[in-house]
Design a binder for this molecule. Structure first.
Ligand SMILES: NC(=O)c1ccc[n+]([C@@H]2O[C@H](COP(=O)([O-])OP(=O)(O)OC[C@H]3O[C@@H](n4cnc5c(N)ncnc54)[C@H](OP(=O)(O)O)[C@@H]3O)[C@@H](O)[C@H]2O)c1
Length: 313
């Protein structure tokens, strides 16, 4: 398995998962622009995410390619950051497409990251792959172009899947829990802007299991990779507080969230957009979630975080 952009939070989690004997001890290659910063059960190969190079040979004969490269969206949307958000995703996807096209033995499957933000702000009904509406604005445009880049080349021997992934919750460096845990434990995680906006989420382990499932099953095109039970922000945070045993969470207005996002060098959209996304295609294909409900998922994650003492991994 070749994981492009595999040095990040999800890539390391996936490498640990598939390299384990229980999952068949996959031989994992991580494509990264830099040297490993922490031990990961994978062979590290350098690429620049743009040009063809020696790295392209790793794709020849690979079983699966998973592309997770992309500058984080957790930043202010300045012109430079927006450009980096586009180019890191589009150019890396195109580079992989060209390498797969030129491979003598192309990989059987190419899973490319996309995002559950692909859909509109939804407060009326869940967005499935068949009945969802594409949204508008910067983040949605990134997602649409990202998925279009995945489909640019003629690749008759390679099945392609766009991973419309919701926020992935897992313990460890670089994950969304790192900052959210601190806010929850300090009592700052009450309902945000009324708390009616939906939160779509997935447990890290189910994300890795879904990747494994999508490699083994014959699905192609856009697939929602999110837990089957998204919930409104106020209930999501109530569950989060309960798992940490924090009785109080101070609510905040949209104005305050905007201000906080500026201070944290982030964007309010990440907290205020209603992401009501459900994994219809995965469920229909027979995928069984280990953590379908938020209460169980966050209880297990907090338990792990406590046991590991937030050890780096
Ligand atoms: N985490 C989530 O909850 C979530 C949810 C939905 C979608 N996603 C998407 O899934 C992907 C992986 O997420 P993550 O949480 O693992 O992110 P991450 O920890 O920020 O890792 C992203 C990886 O992208 C690579 N990268 C950054 N800028 C790049 C550039 N200009 N060119 C090529 N590679 C670049 C980095 O690799 P090197 O620096 O080593 O080259 C890094 O390891 C991202 O595309 C993200 O948008 C994540």
């Amino acid at each position: 398995m070749v994981i492009a952009g595999g040095s990040g939070f999800l890539g390391r989690a996936l490498a640990r998962y598939v390299a384990a004997p229980a999952q068949g001890a996959w031989d994992v290659i991580i494509l990264s622009r830099s040297a490993p910063s922490m031990p990961t059960p994978a062979r590290w190969v350098q690429w620049d995410g743009v040009r063809q190079g020696a790295w392209a040979r790793e794709l020849n004969g690979a079983q699966a390619v998973v592309n997770l490269a992309g500058r984080t969206v957790n930043c202010r949307y300045t012109a430079q950051n927006m450009l980096d958000i586009y180019t890191s995703r589009l150019l890396s996807t195109r580079a992989l497409g060209r390498a797969i096209q030129e491979a003598a033995q192309p990989p059987h499957v190419w899973l490319n990251s996309s995002t559950a933000t692909f859909y509109r702000d939804a407060r009326d009904h869940a967005q499935t792959e068949a009945a969802g509406d594409i949204g508008s604005g910067f983040s949605v445009d990134v997602a649409r172009r990202w998925e279009a880049a995945l489909m640019e080349e003629e690749l008759p021997q390679t099945r392609r899947v766009a991973l419309r992934t919701a926020m992935v919750y897992g313990v460890g460096a670089g994950g969304v829990m790192q900052t959210t845990d601190a806010v929850v434990r300090l009592g700052g995680a009450g309902a945000m802007a009324g708390g009616g906006q939906y939160v779509s989420w997935i447990h890290e382990r189910d994300f890795c299991r879904a990747i494994e499932f999508l490699i083994e099953h014959d699905l192609a095109g856009g697939v929602n990779v999110s837990a089957p039970e998204p919930l409104p922000n106020r209930e999501f945070l109530r569950g989060y507080r309960a798992a940490w045993g924090v009785p109080l969470g101070i609510p905040s207005t949209a104005g305050l969230i905007g201000l906080g996002a500026r201070v944290m060098k982030s964007e309010a959209e990440l907290l205020l957009k209603s992401r009501w996304v459900t994994p219809e295609r995965l469920l229909k294909a027979g995928f069984v979630f280990e953590f379908p409900q938020w209460a169980g998922a966050i209880a297990e994650l907090v338990h792990t975080a406590r046991a590991e003492g937030h050890a780096q991994r």
